[in-house]
Write a protein that binds this ligand. Structure first.
Ligand code: XMP
Length: 512
């Protein structure tokens, strides 16, 4: 296994992800618990993450002595490289030349860490993000890559199998980064790649059993992939100690609620309470037009309904959630900077504090596509697992202006036609997210010989890796024409269709 010592970087999870992609098991451990984890795991290699700290901070993260004393391959990334230098007798200085973003480095020497990926003379692109700079490298090391801002962009000590890089190989902006990390764990550390989703599933099941014991667990289903995968996994671990509560707010897509209920009850035989709360939600949304007010209302009501159901069930010891890693770092990017609330997401936070329950969050270290693979591994239908993301507040935030039952029904029909056309064109999996919105604007049209005065439907489709940024999906004109025609012809109440051509930023994916 590989031990990743977390020094507090916001992209530490990406290191883990790359290692998993290389087929190797790894664990992330906060640096303060590093010595203990090192003794327990006896890893074949250790990776030191980056950090927002400066080496000169007296309380800054340090590599545990036991790790430095051992004969084990080490890779220090960014601050990790600096701490390696600092703790092994080199020197790090504050620099007024901050290097930030894409940079071209020059490979000035070969080393085992680069083998098969980069060779002397190459000038690869990498992602840099650092202020401090290494001034003196420790005995036994040599510079193997340089950049204008970092004379020690990469350092190597092949004999000791210790390496440091100032850049971030774990981010996609370093195109060869994944290959480098794979080379490190497989060839430098000598780990046989045999990690798999099946192994992850087995390990998590054991972990859940251990955590829960004979306690009772309650899981809120949103209808989405994440909570469904979490619930199926937990049910596999502890059977009917788990009860799922599906708060159906009536703001789902066409047929979605029914699908979730039948999947859980009939396919998996998982105990499920289906709370049909459409009237409650729509009642509360009456007259509400402000996007944040809608979000807050849906979030708050969801929690209240869930809580009331949990009470009826006689409470539980644990609350299960399908929290993913991006939910944990939500809207914080590794480029730093303070993060502001653009939209208040309703699926994380709130519940655990209020209900005073311990959390079971088996997907906490996974990214969306990994959860999808786990879902397939657990036998969830691929079409269900591959569904586009759907926001917690549902259609409430896809109907700018007031949300009514009629508007929801109209939107559901248009949305279903749009998605049907996308599926028929074989484009569903190429698109990160596609949906229709129903605008409060009415426009004049002509159908047959009559004048119409109906609402406008907006179509949105984007590609994205993580939902943080997004590009508009470039449909062919014939596709849009076909879809618009169908929507106007088949959906009463809509007489005009527009396509949203805004990327994110400056737009967001949802309209509210
Ligand atoms: P935005 O609109 O902020 O959306 O660009 C980014 C991604 O997040 C989804 N989204 C939500 N997901 N609860 C969720 O679970 C929410 O409240 C929420 N709001 C937005 C959105 O669908 C997109 O995938």
């Amino acid at each position: 296994s590989i031990l990743i010592l977390d020094f507090g970087s916001q992209v530490t999870q990406l290191i883990a992800r790359r290692i998993r992609e290389a087929g190797v098991y790894c664990e992330i451990v906060p640096f303060a618990k590093g010595a203990e984890a090192f003794a327990r795991m006896q890893p074949k290699g250790v990776i030191l993450s980056g950090s927002p700290a400066n080496i000169s901070d007296a309380n800054g993260p340090r590599i545990p002595d036991a790790v430095l004393a051992a004969d084990v391959p080490l890779l220090g990334i960014c601050y990790g490289e600096q701490s390696l230098c600092y703790q092994l007798g080199g020197a790090v200085v504050a620099s007024d030349h901050r290097e930030f973003g894409r940079a071209e480095i020059e490979i000035v020497d070969d080393c085992a860490f680069f083998a098969g990926v980069w060779a002397k003379g190459d000038r690869p692109t990498v992602w840099m993000s650092h202020g401090d700079r290494i001034d003196v490298i420790p005995p036994g090391f040599r510079a193997v890559a340089v950049s204008p801002g970092a004379p020690f962009a990469a350092i190597a000590n092949d004999e000791a199998r210790r390496y440091g890089v100032q850049f971030h190989p774990e981010v996609v902006h370093t195109p060869d980064g994944a290959a480098l990390l794979k080379n490190f764990v497989v060839n430098v550390c000598g780990v046989t790649p045999n990690w798999s989703m099946a192994g992850f599933r087995a390990a998590k099941i054991a972990e859940i059993r251990e955590q829960v014991g004979d306690g009772k667990v309650i899981c809120g289903l949103s209808g989405g992939v994440d909570s469904a995968v979490a619930a199926v996994l937990i049910h596999e671990a502890i059977g009917d100690q788990l009860t799922c509560v599906f708060v159906d707010h009536g703001l789902m897509r066409l047929g979605e609620a029914e699908q979730v209920v039948s999947l859980f009850r009939e396919h998996y035989h998982i105990p499920l309470v289906h709370v049909e709360a459409e009237a409650l939600f729509l009642g509360g949304l009456a007259g509400v037009t402000d996007p944040e007010a809608k979000r807050k209302f849906v979030g708050k009501t969801f929690i209240e309904v869930f809580e009331a159901e949990a009470k009826k069930l006689g409470g539980a010891d644990f609350l299960a959630q399908g929290t993913l890693y991006p939910d944990v770092i939500e809207s914080v990017s590794f480029t730093g900077g303070p993060s502001v609330t653009i939209k208040s997401h309703h699926n994380v936070g709130g519940l655990p504090e209020r209900m005073n329950m311990k959390l079971v969050e088996p997907l906490r270290e996974l990214f969306k596509d990994e959860v999808r693979r786990l879902g397939v591994e657990l036998g969830l239908p691929p079409a269900f697992v591959g569904r586009h993301p759907f926001p917690g507040p549902g259609l409430a935030i896809r109907i700018p202006g007031e949300v009514t039952k009629e508007a929801c029904d109209t939107l559901r029909k248009a949305d279903a036609i749009y998605l049907d056309e996308i599926r028929k064109a074989g484009l569903y999996d190429e698109i990160w997210q596609a949906f229709a919105v129903l605008l409060p604007v009415r426009t004049v049209g002509v159908m047959g010989d009559g004048r119409t005065y109906d609402r406008v439907c907006g179509l949105r489709a984007v590609t994205s890796v993580d939902g943080m940024t997004a590009d508009v999906y470039p449909f062919e004109a014939s596709f849009l024409t076909r879809t618009a025609t169908r929507i106007v012809n088949e959906v009463k109440g809509i007489n005009r269709v527009v396509y949203d051509y805004t990327s994110k930023p400056p737009g967001t994916i949802e309209w509210e």
